[in-house]
Design a protein around this ligand. Structure first.
Ligand SMILES: Cc1ncc(COP(=O)(O)O)c(C=O)c1O
Length: 426
């Protein structure tokens, strides 16, 4: 995609021609001066979800009370899982909503190690989300059976060469687990190719889809993926702390066993038997009582993605990232910025990282609510400003204002008046 003008008129034209432009009106947007580029961390609130939650809280909880468990709540994890299945190329009985991403990873890593009992190595990479690595490290400690974690390194700080993955996998590898889109650089793996590499060594493959679900056209079945997990509060707009999803390919569902055998994964939880007996299929990966309010939020938010169509969303995401890279290359690279994301759209998710020695203070200036334009990205150590583009509500004009605002902050040295004091959440 080639762009030829840094003028705002091009941004306005791109917005006018955008087939998804009407979706912005489906979200709660209270401050027009605020440019929200953090949908890769916490997505905006859809209007439909605002009214749905009102109805869930006031009608279902307020009036129907416990009766509502038999009026839709009990099946909600499967119902929402089936909707997510549609945007990740899975069958509806291969996906369910449960727990957090970290807990789902714990369940599946242990299940994989039990399945591939003779093998002691888990392979991941240095771009995986740290929580994923922590969970694996904890499991290795807990098992005390000489398992080890091999962390594949990047050659360039932005991408991972598939040959490095290939070299790390061997007949000792029980599991390969990676983030499909990496949280810092947005590097996007070739899912089909990497899954095949794992399978060539009889290694199980587990993808963390947190940074690609809802914004990349994923096809788990076509890529023959064994297991996957992912967050719902980013591009799926499920709300803060919304529960995660878990996918296990159908033919593996009776071979892999959940390592937390809670009552919602039991075949008949309301018989209150004293012996656990796992449900059939994906349901056995449930643990305890589902968080119904959050689940209901995902249920309605995901409809916007289904209405827009994941291929259209991916198309716009690529156009947004390409346009942003064009502006950054022309305006910010002369100001000591570096692009910390892949330039090849086929290997890039939906955020762009830019790196600068003063990144933290620049973010402070961008987010300062006293200014006329407020831009909300996030900061990731040591020097990354992550600009998350959410195609259902991010506009090209917002990107134009963002880059011009960053230029102003650096040229005027406005960032120097901010101090390097970090909040708990960056
Ligand atoms: C790629 C990735 N994996 C896992 C997690 C952790 O998710 P949770 O807090 O649901 O365990 C995150 C959180 O942002 C993430 O970005």
């Amino acid at each position: 995609m080639k762009f030829h003008s840094k003028d705002i008129s091009l941004a306005k034209k791109l917005d006018a021609d955008d087939p998804l432009k009407s979706f912005r009106g489906e979200f709660v947007i209270t401050e027009e001066k605020t440019i929200y580029l953090n949908g890769n961390s916490l997505g905006r609130l859809p209007l439909k979800t605002q009214s749905n939650l009102n109805q869930v809280v006031n009608k279902q909880w307020g009036e129907r009370l416990v009766r509502n468990w038999n009026e839709g709540w009990y099946d909600l994890p499967s119902k929402v899982g089936a909707k997510i299945a549609k945007i990740i190329g899975a069958q509806e009985d291969e996906v369910i909503i449960a727990d957090s991403t970290s807990i789902n990873l714990y369940k599946l890593v242990l299940a994989a190690l039990q399945y591939n009992r003779e093998r002691k190595t888990i392979v991941s990479d240095e771009f995986n989300f740290p929580s994923d690595l922590y969970v694996i490290q904890g499991i290795i400690k807990q098992l005390q059976k000489d398992h080890n974690l091999v962390i594949v390194k990047s050659n360039d700080g932005i991408t991972i060469d598939s040959e490095n993955i290939n070299m790390a996998i061997n007949s000792e590898t029980a599991l390969l687990t990676l983030s499909h889109a990496c949280f810092k650089s947005a590097f996007l793996y070739d899912m089909e190719r990497i899954t095949k590499l794992a399978h060539d060594s009889d290694t199980l493959m587990l993808w963390d889809l947190s940074h690609s679900v809802g914004v990349v056209d994923i096809d788990l079945n076509k890529s023959n993926v064994d297991m996957a997990i992912g967050c719902t509060y980013k591009y799926l707009n499920g709300g803060p702390g919304a529960p995660a999803f878990i996918y296990v390919r159908k033919d593996l569902q009776d071979k892999l066993n959940p390592s937390i055998s809670g009552w919602f994964g039991d075949s008949s939880p309301f018989e209150f038997n004293l012996e656990y007996s796992a449900s059939e299929g994906i349901k056995k990966f449930l643990t305890g009582t589902p968080p119904i309010v959050s689940l209901s939020a995902i249920d309605s938010s995901i409809d916007l993605i289904l209405d827009a169509g994941i291929e259209n969303i991916r198309f716009k995401s690529i156009k947004l990232t390409e346009y942003l890279i064009f502006l950054i290359s022309n305006i910010l690279l002369p100001l000591e910025f570096k692009i910390g994301s892949p330039l090849d759209e086929n290997f890039r998710g939906s955020h762009i990282s830019i790196r600068h020695p003063e990144a933290f203070k620049i973010v402070k200036a961008m987010t300062d609510e006293k200014n006329n334009i407020v831009v909300i990205p996030d900061f990731r150590e040591p020097d990354n400003i992550r600009l998350g583009l959410s195609p259902l509500y991010t506009t090209f004009e917002e990107l134009w204002h963002t880059v011009n605002r960053i230029e102003e902050i650096v040229l005027t040295k406005e960032y120097q008046k901010y101090q390097e004091i970090k909040s708990v959440v960056t």
